[in-house]
Design a protein around this ligand. Structure first.
Ligand code: HEC
Length: 108
């Protein structure tokens, strides 16, 4: 039995189960549109707003799953420069998938 094949199959099944309309591509498009003006949203590059943490380093402060709750609730109050956002559940899921995929340190 090819072990790699089993792992690939298992993870694609997990993905299919979790995904409704949520995709990392959609997440990336959303954060580029709504957050990219201040935050570095990709795997490299600096934030336009120096105070805004690059998204690939959010793991230093947050578990991306917890970030999902914050996003669903209209995002993190208490950051004066930061506007409030409200996203649909599918969009929140897309953003989480995308954010997880770019973290410089992947959760063990
Ligand atoms: C107008 C500029 C601006 C936009 C647009 C913006 N942010 Fe931010 N964001 C900031 C700044 C500045 C900080 C740092 C605030 C601080 O540390 O006090 C920040 C901090 C954060 C943090 C870390 C909060 C913390 O407590 O450390 C997260 C997560 C975050 N932003 C997510 C987002 C997401 C997701 C979007 C898009 C949906 C977004 N931001 C859009 C400016 C912005």
């Amino acid at each position: 039995m090819n072990r790699n094949f089993a792992i690939v199959l298992a993870s694609s099944l997990a993905f299919a189960g979790a995904a409704s309309a949520a995709t990392p591509e959609r997440g990336e498009a959303l954060v580029r549109l709504h957050c990219g003006g201040c935050h570095a949203v990709g795997r490299s590059g600096a934030s336009h707003e120096p105070a805004a943490p690059p998204f690939r380093e959010l793991h230093k402060r947050y578990d991306p799953e917890q970030l999902g709750e914050a996003l669903g609730e209209g995002l993190l109050t208490g950051h004066p420069m930061m506007p409030e956002f409200r996203f649909e559940p599918d969009d929140v899921q897309s953003i989480i998938i995308y954010l997880k995929s770019i973290q410089t340190k992947q959760p063990g």
